[in-house]
Design a protein around this ligand. Structure first.
Ligand code: SF4
Length: 293
């Protein structure tokens, strides 16, 4: 990242991730002499990844210990993420993230995977929050050809949930995210053992996109307090024993003492739908592990 331009940030300077540089139309290409100077520029296709592991470590370190609202305001205000969308399931705790972001970036697209398998209560909650917070909602539907070829019976969830999620969630999101450098998610570390240690910033698989998880270290109590403080409506199914809400065939009630996400794909060896991965080796944001530049 040595050739990335520097931008002023708070009281210090940070180097701009590739995605941000591109989003702002700043060339990070070297000139023909390879020195980044003012000599003749040449056109070339920018194949650099949007963000690198080093960018992610730096972002985690830069904002360590800061309040979620401050981090949101800082990274969005400074345009550090490039072109960004929120990905929301409009589930049990989604209102917190949506409220937090909409106060800073009211026009940011909110991508909703309209799988065709949601509870009617979720769709009503989506519409209620969209109207109340003035969200820029974008519904993403599965490709009709994919559905006809691979899930004509509409029952793929019952024998191949990975394949069903691939058609109804993974592919539509991949297609939509081609236009973005980063996504913002509402995941929390406390939700399950497979999300423990979730970092605030992470790389999105091998795409070079950034995932920003502002609520990564929030507790149940933090969320409850935020709902209360801002008078946000609850998902109607939460009170009926659903602390984590996805598609209706794959969501069941959770007993006291169980992980909040244990009602998802119950009975299957499946914990994520494919648009997120389990946290197996959290990014170590200990400054002692900062790369040397
Ligand atoms: S959560 Fe269930 S119904 Fe929804 S896309 Fe995945 S397998 Fe299909």
């Amino acid at each position: 990242m040595a050739d990335n331009p520097k931008i002023p940030f708070a009281s210090s300077e940070v180097e701009m991730p590739h995605g941000q540089a591109r989003a702002m139309g700043v060339s990070t290409s070297l000139d023909t002499n390879g020195n980044g100077g003012n000599d003749r520029k040449r056109d070339r296709i920018d194949v650099a990844p949007r963000f690198t592991p080093t960018d992610v470590i730096r972002l985690n370190n830069l904002f360590r210990g800061q309040d979620a609202a401050e981090v949101v305001a800082s990274v969005i205000g400074a345009g550090l993420l490039g072109e960004t969308a929120i990905v929301s399931s409009f589930g049990a705790e989604s209102a917190v993230l949506l409220h937090l972001i909409s106060r800073v970036a009211p026009d940011m697209p909110v991508l909703f995977l309209d799988t065709g398998k949601h509870f009617p209560e979720t769709l009503a909650y989506r519409d209620e929050l969209t109207a109340r917070l003035g969200l820029n909602l974008v519904n993403l539907s599965p490709d009709p050809e994919d559905l006809a070829k691979k899930d004509a019976t509409e029952l793929r969830w019952s024998y191949d949930p990975d394949g069903c999620c691939e058609i109804r969630k993974v592919r539509p999101l991949e297609k939509a995210m081609a236009n973005f450098d980063a996504s913002i998610t509402g995941r929390k570390g406390f939700q399950s053992s497979t999300r423990t240690g979730l970092p605030r910033f992470e790389l999105d698989g091998s795409t070079g996109r950034l995932k920003f998880n502002p609520l990564a270290n929030w507790s149940r109590e933090d969320l409850d307090a935020y709902f209360e403080a801002h008078g946000l409506p609850r998902h109607p199914l939460e009170a009926e024993g659903y602390p984590s809400i996805g598609c209706s065939p794959c969501t069941s009630k959770v007993k006291p003492g169980e992980d909040p996400r244990s009602g998802r794909w119950r009975g299957w060896d499946k914990t994520e739908c494919g648009i997120h991965e389990s946290v197996v080796s959290p990014i170590d944001d200990d400054p002692a592990n900062d790369p040397a530049f």
